[in-house]
Design a protein around this ligand. Structure first.
Ligand code: SF4
Length: 398
C-alpha cells in the first residue's frame, strides 16, 4: 500500500464503490478483533472469514483444479447462502469470498449481493463471462470486488485452461470491470510455467495500464484428478516470489496481496489459524477449498453451521494437526499424514468424485510456501502494519 496505489483507487473507483470499500476496511478491523477476542477468551469458535463455492459449474477445465464438475451441477441454495451470511453476522463477519466453478453461472448471484448491501463480497471469476451488463449491475451495488484469475499470458493460458480465447476473454472481462469503476483485482496461482510471465514488474505495469487496482498472488497447489505436479514451484522459486513481493510492494502502483506470510516472512496457513474456512457447493464445511473432506454438511437453511464449527471436532482437530505438521501447506507437504488424520476422524470425502483420499495417497510430498531459514520480512511500513494487525498467527503457532 503506497500512496500511488491508493491514489489510483480514489481516481478509478466510483464513490459508491469507495464507500463500500471503506466500510469493508472498518468491518474487517472489527471482524479480526472479534475473532482474536474469541480465541483469547476461549469463546465458541467461528472463523473470521468464509469462502463459499456456490456452484461447481464452469466453462473451463483448468489443469490442477480441485472442482468436480457434474451434470446437473451442484450448488448451494439461496436459503443456505443467506443462512451462512446471517449466522456469520452474529460473529461480526461481513466478508465472503465467492468462488465456483465459475460463480457467474449462479442464476441468483446478483440477488445474494442485493439482499446484503452491508456485506462485502470478493467474486473469484475467470472473467470470461463478465460483460458490461454484469459489471454495470455490480457498480450499482458497490459491495462486490471482482477478482479475475489470469493464469498466464496467451500461450500459457491456453495450455493451462484448455481454451484458445481464454486470455483475451479474461482481459475483456477485466476491462469491463474497470470501465464500470469497480475495485478490480487480478489473481494467479504461480507455477513454474507462468512464473517468468506473471512474477515480473512488466506484468504489474501491464495491469496498472489496464486500470487494475490489486493483484493477489497464490502459489499453485497441484490438486484434483489432473494435478500436474511437475509444475509446482521449487524452493528457489518460492523464495524468488517472496523476494519479488517484498521489493515491488515499495514502489508498484498496484496493491500486492498474499495469504502466506506474516510481517516477518514466517509462513502461515489461514485454515490452521481458523482465520478462514470453506463451504463447498454440496454443503460440505471444509478446512479450505483444496482439502476436500467434510467437517459436516449444511442443512437446508444452514442453521447447523455453528454446530458444525463448535460441536463437531474434525475441523478443530485438523487445525491442531496442521500446526503440529509445521507452518506449511499440509495438503502439499504432508499428504500421507493428513490422510491418516482424516481416517482417524472418520472425515467424509466431499470432493464429489470420491477420489480425494486416493489422490492424497498417490501424492508425493512437496515443499510449499514455508522455507525455514528463508524468512524475508516486509520492507514496506504499510504492509508490515497490515500484516502485523490483520494477518499474524493468532496464537496458532505459539
Ligand atoms: S492447507 Fe494449504 S491450501 Fe489449505 S489453507 Fe492451509 S496453506 Fe492454504
Amino acid at each position: 500500500m503506497n500512496s500511488s496505489s491508493i491514489a489510483r483507487i480514489l481516481a478509478g473507483c466510483s464513490w459508491r464503490v469507495q464507500r463500500n470499500l471503506l466500510r469493508f476496511a472498518l468491518n474487517g478491523h472489527r471482524t479480526v478483533r472479534a475473532f482474536e477476542q474469541r480465541i483469547r477468551e476461549g469463546k465458541p469458535f467461528f472463523p473470521a472469514f468464509l469462502m463459499l463455492s456456490i456452484t461447481n459449474q464452469c466453462n473451463l477445465r483448468c489443469r490442477g483444479c480441485w472442482v468436480s464438475q457434474t451434470k446437473p451441477s451442484s450448488q448451494l441454495s439461496l436459503n443456505q447462502i443467506q443462512g451462512i451470511i446471517d449466522t456469520a453476522a452474529k460473529y461480526r463477519s461481513y466478508f465472503f469470498g465467492i468462488l465456483g466453478g465459475e460463480p457467474l453461472f449462479y442464476p441468483e448471484l446478483l440477488t445474494i449481493f442485493r439482499k446484503n448491501p452491508k456485506v462485502y463480497f470478493q467474486l473469484y471469476t475467470n472473467g470470461t463471462m463478465l460483460d458490461e451488463k454484469i459489471a454495470g449491475e455490480l457498480a450499482k451495488l458497490g459491495n462486490v470486488t471482482p477478482l479475475i484469475s489470469i493464469e498466464g499470458l496467451e500461450t500459457e493460458s491456453r495450455r493451462r485452461r484448455g481454451r484458445d480465447d481464454v486470455f483475451a476473454r479474461s482481459i475483456s472481462g477485466l476491462e469491463a470491470a474497470v470501465r464500470a469503476k469497480l475495485f478490480t483485482g487480478v489473481t494467479a496461482s504461480i507455477n513454474m510455467k507462468n512464473f517468468d510471465e506473471l512474477v515480473s514488474r512488466d506484468y504489474l505495469d501491464f495491469l496498472v495500464s489496464k486500470g487494475v487496482h490489486y493483484i493477489w498472488y497464490f502459489i499453485y497447489r497441484p490438486c484434483g484428478p489432473d494435478p500436474d505436479c511437475s509444475n509446482a514451484l521449487d524452493r528457489e522459486h518460492v523464495l524468488k516470489l517472496r523476494r519479488f513481493l517484498v521489493e515491488q510492494r515499495k514502489t508498484a502502483k498496484i496493491l500486492i496481496l498474499d495469504a502466506y506470510w506474516d510481517a516477518d516472512g514466517h509462513a502461515q496457513c489461514p485454515g490452521a489459524m481458523g482465520l478462514s474456512h470453506h463451504i463447498a457447493p454440496n454443503g460440505a464445511v471444509e478446512f479450505c477449498p483444496i482439502l476436500q473432506s467434510a467437517g459436516g454438511f449444511l442443512n437446508e437453511d444452514s442453521s447447523n453451521l455453528e454446530e458444525i464449527f463448535q460441536k463437531e471436532t474434525i475441523l478443530s482437530n485438523l487445525r491442531q494437526f496442521s500446526t503440529k505438521q509445521g507452518r506449511d501447506c499440509m495438503v502439499i507437504r504432508s499428504p500421507h499424514e493428513l490422510l491418516e488424520e482424516l481416517k482417524k476422524n472418520h472425515a467424509q470425502d466431499s470432493s464429489g468424485r470420491s477420489a480425494f483420499y486416493r489422490e492424497l495417497e498417490e501424492r508425493t510430498p512437496m515443499p510449499c510456501h514455508d522455507v525455514p531459514g528463508g524468512e524475508i520480512p516486509e520492507k514496506s511500513a504499510m504492509y508490515r502494519f497490515g500484516k502485523r494487525n490483520y494477518f499474524f498467527g493468532f496464537g496458532a503457532y505459539g
